[in-house]
Design a protein around this ligand. Sequence first.
Ligand code: UDP
Ligand code: MG
Length: 313
Amino acid sequence: MIKYSLIIPIYNEEENIAELYNRLKPIIDSLDGESELVLIDDGSKDNSLKLMLELHQKDSRVKYLSFARNFGHQTAVTAGLNFAQGQAIIILDADLQDPPELIPELIEKWKEGYHVVYAQRISRKQEGWFKRLTAYVFYRILNRLTNINIPTDTGDFCLMSRQIVDILNSMPETNRYIRGLRAWVGFPQIAVKFHRDIRFAGDVKYTFIKSLRLAIDGILSLSKKPLRIATYLGLMAAFLSLLMMFLVLYWRLFQHSNSLVGYAIIACAIFFLGAVQLICLGILGEYIGRIYDEVKQRPKYTLKEVVGFENKL
Ligand code: UDP
Ligand code: MG
């Protein structure tokens, strides 16, 4: 029976795959049970898929899924969770930013009875100030807007018990923010601290836009509070318009020639209300778009190849 599953999403990581395997091999060899590596090719356009097949031929513990196109990191992890068969499931990146040497430490905590052991960064080597600042601000906003405590500075690098993964797999939602859902589930969870390494090779696959989208997905999938922003803005606009009414009345009665009463004030009011309404519509739209995604009930990904899971299919 497979005890440990390692889930690794891969998108154009041809320079990293060989090194990743070399670093992982001694670790999975030393574990006290059978392991499997579940690689997910997220529609790579380079040689990644070929390298994955070569690894599978060399070592049958390496299994892989290949998406018919790029579906994104969170979906790749979701597919890995669907296929993993182990009792303890570990998620890590392919670029060696998540050091494989931390895995035995994660397993240690799992054996102590924790269901989720997430790796928490104490340092981010050579990440730009912009990425660090946005990450810092984002995690603080996220925790303010949600009632679920999402530990700061954690990514997807973690270990989860079979029980947690079964619950995650039973969640039907399409928009998946794994680290949020993982916290939502509950059960005893604990952090293990680590220093995040630099990317071994290749470029970052998460562009700023992709990270921003992930951040918005994270907030909206866990919180309804942004909807309340509309109410607050509406109340603020109502208060301002009341104030303006009194002002206009005052000017009309006591200051017959005030230049502010006229086109300028009307134009300002129109722009202000227009902006408030568009912002509220935008927030509503974000939620409605997500409802639309969910009701369509499309499969979360399409697979063009599944290799090494003969016993499962
Ligand atoms: N990744 C993926 N699909 C994507 C983008 C990224 O599967 O559309 C994978 C990528 O190959 C890597 C992991 O997700 O294994 C993290 O990506 P990256 O290192 O670019 O992001 P960061 O380290 O900034 O979180
Ligand atoms: Mg990375």
